[in-house]
Write a protein that binds this ligand. Structure first.
Ligand code: MG
Length: 251
């Protein structure tokens, strides 16, 4: 069941979303060669708790940390540990915060120092594929119009869209209906209505779309070892025109 949010609830989603946006912005400054993913996790957790919120990922279905940190060929759900970032890595950071009962969820992929042109292109195309997708997130369109928008753009560059993990509705729970795939034919799925909140999150691989889960039962990696990038924001469908992005400060 898709839970449509009232204006009052959207106001709370906005507050949670801005906290997530600010946490990402703060954390990005720490992404440098030498820092460990566990250090990034601690910095994010402290930031979220100081704001009076709870790091939504922590203990979610047993996940042991406040952020997911996924390096290079890791796609999503990487567990922070003592791994030190190295010059030339790319790292995606996914994090959520629950504030006053509502959740914000967003992911960014960062360059660690100087990275290859191919890696930078993957990061840029992944980010842009989100914007191409949400350009279709308008009242009257259908859900898969977003999915198709993401896929059509990403594949134009020879990259592939992960099939096994998708975006989701979001609100009081991090994962609500509907699932939001990043691929598929347009014109399908539920009609988009005002007050629908979605986490749209393209996961794009430089190689094939096939992925597998490591023996830790969490970390998802590309089967062919190719680089993967992730970009996500929580959005709300507005009365007319483009959606509002809740986890991004106006730039
Ligand atoms: Mg998400």
């Amino acid at each position: 069941m898709i839970i449509i949010k009232s204006d009052k609830e959207i106001e709370k989603m906005r507050a949670a979303g801005l906290l997530v946006a600010d946490c990402h912005e703060m954390l990005a400054k720490h992404v440098k060669p030498g820092i460990t993913t566990l250090e990034l996790d601690r910095i994010a957790e402290e930031y979220i708790r100081k704001a009076g919120a709870y790091p939504t990922f922590l203990n979610y279905q047993g996940f042991p940390a406040s952020i997911c940190s996924s390096i290079n060929g890791q796609v999503v759900h990487g567990i922070p540990d003592g791994t030190r970032l190295e010059e030339g890595d790319i790292i995606s950071v996914d994090l959520g915060a629950t504030l006053d009962g509502f959740v914000g969820d967003a992911a960014r992929t960062h360059a660690v120092g100087q990275i290859s042109d191919e890696a930078q292109k993957l990061i840029d195309v992944t980010r842009q594929s989100f914007f191409e997708g949400i350009d279709k997130a308008r009242v009257g369109n259908r859900l898969s119009d977003i999915s198709h928008g993401v896929q059509e753009y990403a594949e134009r560059f020879g990259f592939s869209v992960v099939r096994d993990y998708v975006g989701h509705g979001i609100g009081r729970q991090m994962h609500e209906d509907p699932p939001v795939p990043n691929f598929g034919r347009p014109g399908r799925g539920p009609r988009l209505v005002r007050g629908m909140c979605l986490a749209v999150e393209p996961m794009i691989n430089a190689g094939g779309w096939d992925v597998e889960v490591l023996p830790n039962d969490w970390t998802v990696v590309t089967t062919d070892g190719s680089l993967s990038a992730h970009y996500e924001n929580t959005i709300v469908i507005t009365g007319e025109g483009a959606p509002e992005i809740l986890t991004l400060r106006g730039e």
